[in-house]
Write a protein that binds this ligand. Structure first.
Ligand SMILES: [Zn+2]
Length: 226
């Protein structure tokens, strides 16, 4: 009897460990994609998202962004987020050539870039995107940022980059060589994902009066939970 009890006690521990492991796997599998705060922001009814600005939202703009998990990559929330980011960057109140997820309050590695190097200059989105390497040659040009109104600056950038990324709906990592103005947009947007802004790199920063006037014509609603 004593031996039998000892034996069942010995078997109980592995069984309990297996059960805990299984519960952990099930919980992870059913874990919702995105945090509750992110889901709340993505699922708001309006397509135009609030654009984070300095200095009010510096905590978000200065935080490095995380990759999407495989579960998040196939989620409906990601599709919604990307649609709303595109709507926001193309909205007359913004009229940008690129946008990064931290600019709509989500610290995740997603960007939209207007491809001036492609016919029709389409906007394309890139996920878990990274700059792999930079050309040694620098070029200087004016830059502005939806999150740093109403300034503009003269910024030195690399003339060409190798970027790697995922496209929506695909798990295949793509590596691409990009040159010219589009390469500068990639650098600007990828900086956002690392918590950097163009003003960190600019030689000079100045206030752009016409842009300031233009933006005053629109009102911005900052979500109450911000
Ligand atoms: Zn920007």
């Amino acid at each position: 009897m004593k031996d039998a009890l000892k034996m069942s006690g010995r078997m109980l521990l592995p069984a309990l460990a297996a059960l805990l492991l299984l519960t952990g796997v099930v919980l992870l599998e059913n874990r919702p994609a995105f945090t509750a705060r992110e889901r709340q922001m993505i699922r708001r009814s309006d397509s135009l998202m609030y654009v984070t600005v300095l200095p009010l939202d510096s905590a978000i703009l200065r935080t490095p962004s995380a990759d999407f998990t495989p579960r998040e990559l196939s989620s409906k929330d990601l599709r919604t987020l990307l649609d709303k980011m595109l709507f926001t960057v193309q909205h007359p109140s913004q009229d940008g050539v690129g946008i990064a997820a931290p600019q709509v309050g989500i610290n995740r590695r997603a960007i939209w870039v207007q491809r001036f190097d492609k016919e029709g200059e389409p906007f394309e989105c890139y996920l878990n995107v990274r700059i792999d390497s930079l050309s040694p040659e620098l070029v200087r040009g004016p830059e502005g940022c939806l999150s740093v109104p109403p300034q503009r600056g003269i910024v030195p950038r690399h003339s060409a980059v190798y970027v790697s990324y995922l496209r929506p709906g695909s798990s295949e990592r793509i590596r691409e060589h990009v040159e010219g103005y589009t390469a500068i947009i990639f650098q600007h947007e990828c900086d956002h994902l690392d918590g950097r802004l163009y003003i960190d790199r600019a030689d000079t920063v100045f206030v752009s009066a016409p842009w300031a006037e233009e933006r005053k014509a629109f009102s911005y609603d900052r979500p109450v939970w911000w």
